[in-house]
Design a protein around this ligand. Structure first.
Ligand SMILES: [Zn+2]
Length: 297
């Protein structure tokens, strides 16, 4: 079932679990996420960064939408880090039910203006919107970028941002970084910042850069009130680690011979994350949620 992010995360908030958002840029990774979600009866988010959309091409999502629409478990197809109204509209045109507009590097007032513009257009067509306030760090290993230094989200700014823009969910900066941390670097999440935001912001909160943080910290953040955790690097890493092994030790070249074991390795990471987020079995909580735009189809 395809639903939007507001539908997905409201239920997660009510039942106190988080949903993994997994970045995909080809059909192998779509299979990893969709098949593992179905196996574990867990909701999941298929996230696509603008650079991934540029690589896959828009028509790829005809396949993705038809696959998830016909699944018994709920999915959201979400644009990750949209950078303009134009990139958001491209995703909507390709069938996405949810978008992020990332104005976090802009001055506060400008971030509000750009985000509100996307919210006003998207809400008219039933597409939910995630905004971002504060900055996610950057380990220098990913396409997603970020700043080398994290600027923590200020709780009072978050409340004003949500009020003025009307976003459905908010990505907060509490100390995570995009990418895989270099050896010797231990990230530390600021639970006090998260708690203060949670006290005055009622919409679902999002954690970016969720790869490779200590499990206990992620689990605690979910308990405090994170409803969506973005995962990209560490399940892709598992896939290609296996891929490198196979290519280094065999003469195989057929995709259907090389990829199955890689898919299985990535699936193990997805399952592990679903357990951590407490989303396994939670597809049952969506029995009364209508499919997205069911009134139009
Ligand atoms: Zn991100």
């Amino acid at each position: 079932m395809l639903i939007n992010m507001k539908q997905l995360l409201e239920v997660a908030k009510e039942h106190r679990f988080a949903v993994g958002a997994f970045n995909v840029a080809d059909s192998n990774f779509v299979r990893v996420v969709v098949e593992e979600a179905e196996k574990n009866n867990s909701p999941a988010i298929i996230a696509v960064h603008p650079t991934e959309l540029a690589f896959t091409k828009d028509s790829f999502f005809n396949y993705v939408v038809s696959r998830i629409k016909n699944s018994p478990v709920p999915f959201v197809l979400h644009l990750d880090h949209g950078d303009s109204l134009a990139s958001v509209m491209r995703a909507v045109h390709a069938g996405f039910s949810s978008v992020m507009i990332d104005g976090s590097l802009l001055p506060f007032e400008e971030n509000i203006r750009v985000t509100k513009e996307v919210v006003d257009v998207s809400h008219k067509i039933g597409v939910s919107v995630e905004g971002e306030l504060g900055t996610i760090g950057n380990t220098g290993t990913t396409i997603e970028g970020g700043l080398t230094e994290v600027i923590y989200t200020k709780p009072e700014d978050a409340a004003e941002f949500v009020e003025q823009t009307g976003v459905d969910s908010l990505a907060v900066a509490i100390g995570t970084c995009h990418g895989i941390y270099p050896k010797g670097v231990t990230p530390k999440l600021r639970m006090d910042v998260l708690k203060s935001i949670k006290e005055i912001v009622d919409i679902p909160l999002v954690l970016h850069g969720g790869s490779a943080n200590p499990d206990e910290e992620i689990a605690e953040a979910v308990k405090i009130g994170i409803q969506k955790v973005n995962i990209s690097s560490d399940y892709k890493f598992a896939f290609f680690k296996k891929c490198r092994e196979i290519l280094a030790t065999t003469e195989l070249w057929d995709p259907n011979a090389v990829y199955p074991d890689c898919i299985d390795e990535a699936k193990k990471v997805v399952k592990y994350k679903m357990e951590l987020f407490n989303s396994i079995g939670k597809a049952d909580c969506y029995k009364d949620v209508p499919a997205w735009r069911s009134e139009l189809s």
